[in-house]
Design a protein. Structure first.
Lengths: 266, 297
């Protein structure tokens, strides 16, 4: 726990601070993210109650940033969880069973790696009505591949360890060994890769939203805000720079922290 | 040898996904009379059973016929692709060259200065670069160099080649970061090996060791990243083409998907998949050249 307070962990603190802001701000701001202030359309920053001003139809920028960050992070965590569950189930089964089952399962993963997956996800979004649920299921189903590979490798290494062999010799059922002895031992590595999945997912979600295929209005996300800002950047650069900067900051911090965790475990 | 089946699976998967969708290419603002609707469906063969349509599509595709576009009525998909492909290929090709150039030289320099400030700075920059999404860097570049300083054109292809600069840089940045990291990590492993120690013992200069004996085997991880990089560049190109208003393949893909222009979307997906598979094959060929020990396998 003390390691967390090391000043080298500033990226983690930045992320936590942003999460806290995204959770608290909507409750204390005088404006909601979809509320239009007719008296202050395109208000500049620091005018009245609008800290970052308002957008081209008079919605408070700060409130929209907070709401967008919240949605983006929510989708990211949910999608990362989907990838975690699918990846662990697939990788642990393949690694534990070994032999032909393992080979077939991992061939499948290799084949999926070669697919231009982004395009399949875009098709999915276009076809099945762009709901937020589908966004994270779709992204999660793309992102589980690396997790499955990592988990399989770990499980195969663990299988040879004496305590697992002892459990097998004692007649413990396989399912119990996997759940009670194998999975707890790969939790660290899985967590590290989960951390690395989160920025990936944030990027995919924003990408889809940017193209108009992800989260839909009136809900907002950082991707949508970047898109709105890009469309209006000749009038108010702030509209692009704020969500763009926030998104990049979030991605950088999550990546640095994820890579650090991965290096600890590998 | 798996290239053809993989391609076929992608084509069929996309084909059936598109058709599962509610809505069709002829849904306009005003609903068409049922007879017209039926006539249109028949004209494009959309009234046949799905399997037959799929079979027809694939058999025509083999002969190089991508079919007609359902939305851009006066064009065949081949014509649209012929317009878009050169632009997308130029963008992607230049971006990957720039990314390799920046990434490999950055990684090389960092490895030569291992543990020093230069190493740490370059690696931090590389991490930042990998976290830069094209849909943020694209508009941000356009804002700075196009709108504020007026140095480069903001949209369209225009005269000369200056329109290529910003899209290519936006595309190349994240890939260059990843390449730099892979090169640095590859060199770190290779420089510990016996043949490098031998080279050092023979008194070769550090430069010769790096370039002649270290770099080539160290680039193997970079080669295996080429496939995913190509996929990343193609998806990035979709955004960059939208942001900078370039009439490449990516825009046709998004437009086609939104308009349910089945043949157009399928054509673009097929091309993308073929490009990615080609890139993976290319990476396999490079392995043998980079590290002769891998030729036998």
């Amino acid at each position: 726990m003390r390691a967390l307070f090391n000043r080298n962990h500033w990226p983690l603190w930045v992320v936590l601070a942003l999460v806290a802001l995204a959770l608290i701000l909507p409750a204390i701001l005088p404006w909601t993210y979809d509320q239009i202030d007719w008296d202050a359309v395109r208000a500049p920053a620091f005018s009245g109650s609008h800290v970052f001003g308002t957008d081209e139809i008079g919605r408070d920028r700060l409130a929209r940033l907070a709401a967008g960050t919240r949605v983006t992070l929510m989708v990211a965590v949910a999608a990362a969880m989907v990838s975690l569950v699918v990846g662990i189930a697939w990788g642990a089964t393949a690694g534990w069973m070994g032999g032909k089952v393992d080979e077939a399962m991992m061939r499948f993963v290799d084949a999926l790696y070669a697919l231009p997956f982004m395009f399949i996800v875009i098709l999915l979004m276009v076809i099945f009505g762009r709901s937020i649920l589908l966004v994270f299921v779709g992204i999660g189903l793309v992102e589980w591949l690396t997790m499955a590979r990592v988990v399989r490798g770990q499980v195969m290494a663990l299988k040879q360890r004496p305590f697992i062999l002892a459990a097998e010799a004692a007649g413990t059922p396989s399912i119990k060994i996997v759940l009670k002895h194998v999975l707890p031992n790969i939790a660290g590595v899985a967590l590290a890769y989960l951390m690395l999945t989160v920025p990936q997912v944030v990027m995919i979600e924003s990408f889809l939203s940017f193209l108009g295929l992800g989260v839909q209005e009136p809900l907002t996300s950082l991707g949508i805000l970047v898109k709105e800002g890009a469309d209006d950047m000749d009038m108010t650069p702030l509209g692009l720079l704020l969500p763009g900067g926030l998104l990049v900051l979030l991605l950088i911090c999550l990546t640095i922290e994820g890579e650090r965790l991965r290096d600890v475990y590998s | 040898m798996t290239a053809i089946p993989t391609l076929l699976v992608i084509i069929l998967a996309s084909f059936f996904l598109m058709r599962l969708a509610p809505g069709g290419p002829f849904d306009g603002e005003r609903p068409l009379p049922p007879e017209t609707q039926a006539a249109l469906q028949a004209a494009y063969g959309l009234d046949k059973p799905l399997w037959e349509q799929a079979w027809l599509y694939v058999s025509r595709l083999v002969q190089g016929d991508f079919g007609p576009s359902l939305v851009y009525r006066d064009f065949t998909v081949s014509e649209l692709v012929a317009q878009g492909l050169p632009i997308s290929l130029t963008l992607g090709g230049l971006a990957i060259l720039l990314a390799l150039l920046m990434g490999i030289s950055g990684g090389l320099y960092a490895a030569a200065r291992a543990g020093k400030t230069a190493d740490k700075t370059i690696m931090t920059l590389a991490t930042i670069a990998t976290a830069l999404p094209t849909f943020v860097t694209g508009p941000a570049l356009a804002l700075c160099f196009g709108l504020w300083w007026g140095l480069l054109p903001v949209s369209g292809t225009g005269e000369g080649w200056s329109w290529l600069i910003m899209p290519v840089v936006a595309l190349a940045l994240p890939v260059s970061g990843a390449v730099a990291k892979l090169t640095r990590a590859g060199l770190a492993t290779v420089l510990k090996q016996d043949h490098i120690r031998t080279a050092r013992a023979r008194g070769l200069s550090e430069t010769t060791i790096m370039f002649k004996h270290g770099l080539r085997p160290a680039l193997v991880p970079v080669a295996s990243y080429l496939g995913p990089a190509a996929a990343g560049l193609l998806t990035g190109a979709v955004v960059v083409e939208t942001v900078f208003g370039l009439p490449g393949l990516g825009r046709y893909f998004v437009q086609g998907a939104l308009n349910r222009d089945y043949p157009l979307v399928l054509g673009v997906v097929t091309l993308y998949a073929a490009l990615i598979i080609l890139f993976n094959l290319f990476a396999d060929l490079i392995y043998g050249w980079l590290d002769p020990r891998m030729r036998d396998e």
